[in-house]
Design a protein around this ligand. Sequence first.
Ligand SMILES: [Zn+2]
Length: 145
Amino acid sequence: MRQSNSDGLRPEDFPLGSPESRAAARVVLEARKEERRPRAELISNVNLRWDGPGTEPPDWNKVPYAEPWVEGERGILFRTVYIPTLWKRAPYSGEGPLCPACGMPYRRYDDRKGWVLFEAACRETHISSDATFGIGCGPIPPDIF
Ligand SMILES: [Zn+2]
């Protein structure tokens, strides 16, 4: 398999054993090592506070979103993934929300301790799936606090 680095240069593009060939090989090896690093995600359904400039955008907390990867203990890469939810008191016969970015309806879950849960179902559309495992407790009904 031919693999190129970010400049598109491959080790075989240079004379065998040349400094350029070895440098390109090191870049390819580093990229492979980075891809194999263990990763962990915290799945959150808690609304994020708007810290940006100006007023809160209308789709804030309504579209799945991932924080950038950060390096944690023992080299594990870590990030928080936000999956928007909406709770309606059961019984609820109305429509659920649509993702304002892609238009996909939120997934509906009935019988959640007197609540109906709607959860964004379009994570794969908005967030790259390069995690090896995720952690989280799942959505918590609003009257538990
Ligand atoms: Zn969406």
